[in-house]
Design a protein around this ligand. Structure first.
Ligand code: C2E
Ligand code: CA
Ligand code: CA
Length: 700
């Protein structure tokens, strides 16, 4: 049987005809197709159909396939495509397609006609539509293109998925129905419908909207005219799901807000002292620097509380804090709104006065107001202070220079007896220089081993003999013996006290070892500063030196002042206790001058109290009633402590103290402190003084 009429028609018909399988492979062509594209049939069969398309149009047919599969009418209408011949030339095509069902599956029948004869004005539009078609599927946006005539000329899969459109609705090709379908999903459909109507009414209009869906999604709508050359041929609707972007933006915005809030708080914190709410050092410096740029007079008042450490140590940190708050309240009241009050840290406050004509009046007011007593937890306190004033009258100065000058003036105020204010004077710089030189000189002396020890005898009331020597540090500077009161503080501030203390102990142990060995009742007393005790190896070093010099620890006494017991470091007390465990005795020096009450005495790890010479000097005739002195002695003795009285200068004082139960006596009456070379002499002098005591009448 020859070919049927249909087959003949297909083979010899005027239009090119191709059959494409679902993957776009050419399965069948007719003679017109061979002729149109210039390929022999054998070269086309089994090839991808893209062979016949210009680069721009590739990919289009598979989408047409998909669209036909969804039942859309769009693919069935003739559309323009750009084809390519075997010789590489492009050819304008007009294409129609339909799906063909086989047993093996679905194929697409494609009828192609040369469209190059169509020089009609529509050809550009057709080409544009086909190009649009090509980009449609390559975007993540949902796109709908509606022609000016109200036909759907483009629609992509994303659009269908975005709105969950049923295929029959898409196939119906009714743009109105699509709009309603979308409106139903919106929180607020009215404005959307109005917007769509407005956009359709005005062909040229561009539109943007953010649509909030009932399911929580946010969709961005962009609509613009579809333009070919100068003509508007339709409208493009572009929908983009921006839910996650919006969420991210929302989160970012919230985070930014929180950050801004925190930054404000941080800034506030960065410039404020949290305890008192006053400005801190940073804010002070900033304000001072600002003020120094103006021609106004600028004054800085620096003040330091006296004995604040003691309040803190004895009454506790809570009381200390309360005191600082009270001080800041009073300062603000003295200074008024034109000054800045800042807390620089600890008990150091500073006042900045800008444009003030009478800084003395403010300084006076500060001293008077702060010094008024107030009560904290039942204890009456009277804050003492030292105030230094520095002023910029003319010339340029930095805020730190001003502060340094005020600091020097404050030091001078302390030395001038506290509770007063002192203006900076250039001579103070010289004094500072001297202190600096002193430190350097002391350091050299320590390095060169020039720290000497003098010994002062201590007499036993019972044995009436010298039973102890107190070792006292001496420094010969520029040909003169410098009293320890002038250099111990410098040594403490510079940390040199550690080496000085060790040197005094080493020398005195070495020099006195033979004398100590003669009688176990004899002892050596050495002064120890709180700074030394802060070093954790202190106890070990002391025991080392004793061991190495052959001194029995039971013959060593360490003299400390009670301030060491207020130290926040508990290891200070632990060290003293371990030293006592090794047999060393601890004496409480300058007893009665500090803050602690007699009641505290029993809590302290001490063996001896040394009654301060200020009490002894109250004794003139030996006949006066001194209840404080006598109760101190009795209290200490009743706690099982030994009592030494120091600073005894007259026989009457010695007699009185012996009669009131002092175990040991020390003072110029017996001997001044002497170097090792004159120690024998000191003993003899003391013995002479003891012998002379026998003639002194007994106190009443
Ligand atoms: P301190 O421990 O209270 O020593 C007693 C001071 O009183 C000594 O002064 C001594 O010379 C003086 N003195 C003794 N008898 C009398 C007297 O009858 N009348 C008067 N007016 N004074 C008397 P010095 O040697 O000038 O020492 C002063 C302070 O320096 C000592 O007071 C002590 O706190 C400190 N110091 C001395 N040597 C050392 C040391 O090696 N280490 C430490 N940390 N401090 C030391
Ligand atoms: Ca002492
Ligand atoms: Ca003393």
């Amino acid at each position: 049987m020859g070919p049927g009429i249909e087959e003949t028609l297909l083979e010899q018909g005027p239009d090119a005809f191709l059959l494409l399988t679902a993957d776009g492979t050419i399965a069948l062509v007719n003679a017109a197709a061979e002729c149109l594209f210039g390929y022999p049939r054998e070269q086309l069969l089994g090839m991808p159909h893209t062979l016949l398309l210009s680069d721009d149009a590739r990919g289009g047919f598979l989408r047409v396939f998909g669209r036909l599969g969804r039942g859309s009418l769009a693919g069935k209408r003739p559309f323009a495509a750009a084809g390519r011949r075997r010789d590489g030339t492009d050819i304008a095509l007009e294409v129609t397609c339909s799906l063909v069902a086989f047993d093996a599956g679905t194929a697409m029948a494609v009828a192609v006609r040369d469209g190059s004869h169509r020089n009609d004005p529509d050809s550009g539009r057709r080409l544009a539509v086909s190009l649009l078609d090509a980009t449609l599927e390559s975007t993540a946006d949902g796109i709908l293109v509606v022609s000016s005539e109200g036909l759907i000329t483009g629609i992509n899969n994303q659009y269908v998925l975005l709105w969950g459109m049923p295929p029959e609705m898409v196939a119906a090709e009714d743009p109105r129905a699509l709009v309603d379908f979308i409106a139903e999903q919106l929180m607020d459909p009215e404005p959307f419908l109005a917007k769509v109507a407005a956009l359709y009414a005005d062909k040229l209009k561009h539109g943007y909207d953010v649509l909030e869906c009932k399911d929580g999604r946010t969709v961005e709508l962009n609509s613009r005219p579809q333009q070919v050359a100068d003509a508007i041929v339709g409208r493009i609707w572009n929908f983009r799901d921006v839910t996650s972007r919006h969420r991210a933006q929302d989160q970012a915005r919230r985070a930014m807000e929180e950050l801004a809030e925190q930054a404000d708080k941080l800034k506030e914190l960065a410039f404020r002292d949290p305890l008192t709410g006053l400005a801190n050092r940073m804010l002070f410096s900033e304000r001072a620097a600002e003020a120094l740029l103006t021609p106004e007079p600028v004054h800085v008042l620096l003040l330091d509380l006296d004995d604040f450490k003691e309040v803190n140590d004895i009454l506790g940190h809570h009381a200390g804090d309360e005191m600082l708050v009270e001080i800041s309240r009073r300062l603000l009241q003295c200074v008024g709104p034109h000054g800045t009050v800042a807390r620089l840290g600890g008990d150091e406050f500073v006042v900045l006065l800008v444009g003030c004509r009478d800084s003395d009046a403010v300084a006076q007011r500060v001293v008077a107001t702060l010094n008024a007593p107030f009560s904290i937890e039942g204890t009456m306190l009277r804050p003492g202070l030292s105030l230094g004033v520095a002023s910029r009258d003319a010339g340029s100065m930095t805020s730190s220079e001003l502060l340094r000058q005020a600091d020097l003036a404050m030091y001078a105020a302390k030395e001038a007896g506290k509770n007063c204010y002192v203006h900076f004077r250039p001579e103070m710089l010289a004094a500072l220089l001297e202190r600096t030189q002193l430190t350097a000189g002391l350091r050299r002396a320590v390095e060169l081993g020039q720290i000497m020890v003098h010994y002062q005898p201590v007499v036993s009331s019972e044995q009436l003999a010298v039973v102890q020597f107190e070792a006292l540090a001496r420094w010969e500077w520029e040909g003169q013996l410098m009293p320890p009161d002038d250099f111990i503080q410098i040594a403490e501030r510079s940390g040199l006290i550690r080496d000085i203390g060790a040197e005094v102990l080493r020398r005195s142990c070495t020099e006195l070892a033979p004398w100590l060995a003669e009688d176990p009742r004899r002892s050596l007393a050495v002064n120890v500063s709180g700074v030394q005790l802060q070093h954790r190896d202190f106890a070990e070093r002391v025991l080392d030196i004793a061991g190495w010099s052959g001194v029995d620890p039971h013959q060593l006494v360490l003299e400390v002042t009670e301030s060491v017991f207020f130290d926040a470091h508990s290891h200070v007390i632990a060290q003293l206790e371990s030293l006592r465990g090794a047999g060393i005795r601890v004496a409480l020096d300058d007893f009665g001058t500090g803050y602690s009450s007699l009641g505290r005495l029993q809590e302290l790890p001490v063996d001896v109290v040394k009654i301060d010479k200020s009490f002894v000097s109250m004794l003139r005739t030996g006949a006066e009633k001194l209840p404080i002195l006598t109760s101190m002695i009795h209290m200490a003795r009743s706690l099982g402590l030994k009592v030494t009285a120091e600073g005894i200068e007259t026989p009457a004082q010695a007699r009185y103290l012996m009669d009131h139960g002092c175990d040991a006596l020390q003072g110029f009456l017996f001997s001044r402190p002497e170097p090792e070379s004159r120690r024998e002499l000191a003993v003899r002098h003391s013995e002479a003084a003891i012998a002379a005591l026998e003639g002194v009448p007994l106190a009443g």
